[in-house]
Write a protein that binds this ligand. Structure first.
Ligand code: C2O
Ligand code: CU
Ligand code: CU
Length: 482
């Protein structure tokens, strides 16, 4: 009876758990008695014991490149991985068994990526945060590549330096495919970011951390065994695909590029010694000024770049925590690299103040409870265009997370093909961590967030909740940009 792990996402705030899930009819009948309201600690993450070295995704090498024109090949394939105790799990990966290589692009480059689907099921290749044409390159659910098929997409990188990511987006099976291992990082650099005095030695002092939670049953990950329509949560953290990893660095400045690649879990990041760190960048790129903080929340789909100055730490270890749980033990006896001085001035974006007082052009009300996962009262329909917007025109969107009779939970709201600015949170100026460009933002129950949205390209784009189970269940809409 494996469905016993129907861990419900009733953690969040006012969530009320009915007994219905939105699986197939059979599943619904089955899960009816399984569905229970679990308390937080019953699926809380376990401490990471730091048993093996953390590794970093390889950087994808182009198949051809003259600097300005680059071509890559990315293959979605089946694999097997041993995560623990010598036990094999069946997994998916890009160009490998689990997760994918880091794709490093530069602003202005003309990129061709050949996409091959070597799975036994349809998939898509979505570039989360990339501002590319909706009908050609975005890789939303309309761009299905059938099993065995190959296609090539083309785009020009037309945005500033940022840490983006890629993952599949096939209707109804995004959550499963990501859980099995399909996800990777995409870095954009520009001439400005390359000259900032920040740690930039990939895998040495500029370190990607892909955070994902999983539940192992008999040593294996298998989505079907643990899937929960409300939110699939795990008890074990995996970083860059490793369980119990330990990072070794020197007592120097390090830059962490953190991706929340979890299906549903929001992390509360801090260090065990409560030391300050600097937030450098969010989803869409650098903040105007580096911001000191001690705690950072990161919801599914979001990224953050932080600068951690370890030079004054007295102990020989420090731990990155998720709340009170050990997420990543860090050994400080590693090899020293070239020190950076790092400036605080990172960017010079300005927001048009008039937008803050403008009446919203679009309102989206999210409702997500056990019986209902909808946007503006409607479930996703690929035949329905929910909104239209003109290319290059900035509109104000108001995103609200409504509390219904059945409660509510926090939802990370994401839009394809754009990096938006946050205008206000409940009428107030957004906090420092929301002052940079974003493509995903966590909206708490009863909260209203206004954002300034513009699309550089045309086409059909998705907007949705980035809890992958909610997205699969239809908490998604489409906007046509022309
Ligand atoms: Cu990362 Cu449509 O999402
Ligand atoms: Cu996306
Ligand atoms: Cu949601």
């Amino acid at each position: 009876m494996k469905k016993i792990l129907y861990l419900l996402a009733c953690t969040s705030l006012l969530a009320a758990c009915g007994a219905e899930t939105q699986d197939s009819q059979n599943e619904a009948a089955h899960s009816h008695d399984m569905a229970k309201m679990y308390k937080n600690d019953q699926y809380a993450l376990k401490d990471n014991e730091g048993l093996q070295p953390l590794t970093f995704p390889k950087v994808l090498q182009p198949t051809t490149s003259d600097g300005e024109n680059v071509a890559y090949t990315l293959i979605a394939q089946k694999g097997t991985m041993i995560f623990m105790d010598g036990i094999k799990s069946e997994t998916y990966g890009y160009n490998g068994d689990f997760l994918g290589p880091t794709i490093r692009l530069k602003k202005g480059q003309h990129v061709a990526i050949t996409l091959k689907n070597d799975l036994d099921e349809p998939t898509t290749f979505h570039w989360h945060g990339l501002e590319v044409a909706g009908d050609v390159a975005d890789g939303g659910p309309h761009h299905t590549i059938k099993a065995g098929q190959t296609t090539t997409i083309h785009f020009t990188v037309n945005q500033d330096a940022a840490t983006l990511w890629y993952h599949p987006h096939p209707m109804g099976s995004t959550a499963k495919q990501v859980y099995k291992g399909l996800a990777g990082l995409m870095y954009i650099e520009d001439s400005y970011s390359e000259n900032l005095d920040l740690p930039n030695n990939y895998g040495k002092n500029d370190l990607p951390l892909i955070l994902q939670d999983r539940t192992f049953i008999d040593g294996k990950i298998q989505y079907e065994d643990v899937a929960n329509t409300m939110s699939t949560l795990g008890d074990t953290v995996m970083i860059n695909g490793k369980v119990n990893p330990k990072l070794t660095v020197a007592k120097e400045k390090i830059r962490l590029r953190i991706l929340n690649g979890s299906n549903a879990l929001t992390y509360q990041l801090q260090f065990n010694n409560h030391m300050k760190f600097q937030l450098l960048a969010t989803d869409g790129g650098f903040l105007n000024t580096a911001t000191q903080m001690k705690k950072l929340s990161l919801s599914p789909g979001e990224r953050a770049e932080i600068l951690v100055d370890l030079s004054a730490v007295k102990n020989s270890t420090i731990t990155l925590m998720n709340g009170d749980t050990k997420l990543l033990p860090i050994d400080l006896t590693g090899e020293q690299h070239v020190a950076s001085t790092s400036s605080n001035q990172l960017n010079d974006r300005i927001i048009d103040e008039n937008l803050r007082h403008k009446t919203p052009d679009k309102t989206i009300t999210m409702e997500g409870t056990m019986n209902k996962l909808v946007l503006n009262g409607q479930s996703f329909d690929d035949k329905r265009i929910d909104f239209k917007q003109k290319q290059g025109v900035t509109e104000v969107w108001e995103i609200e997370n409504a509390i219904s009779d059945e409660g509510a939970m926090a939802h990370p709201f994401h839009i394809h093909g754009t990096q938006f600015a946050v205008l206000s949170v409940d009428g107030q100026e957004p906090p420092a961590n929301l002052q940079g460009l974003k493509d995903t933002i966590l909206v708490q129950p009863n909260q209203k967030i206004r954002i300034a949205v513009h699309f550089k390209e045309k086409g059909l784009y998705m907007f949705h909740c980035h809890i992958l189970e909610h997205e699969d269940a239809g908490m998604m809409g489409q906007i046509k940009v022309d």
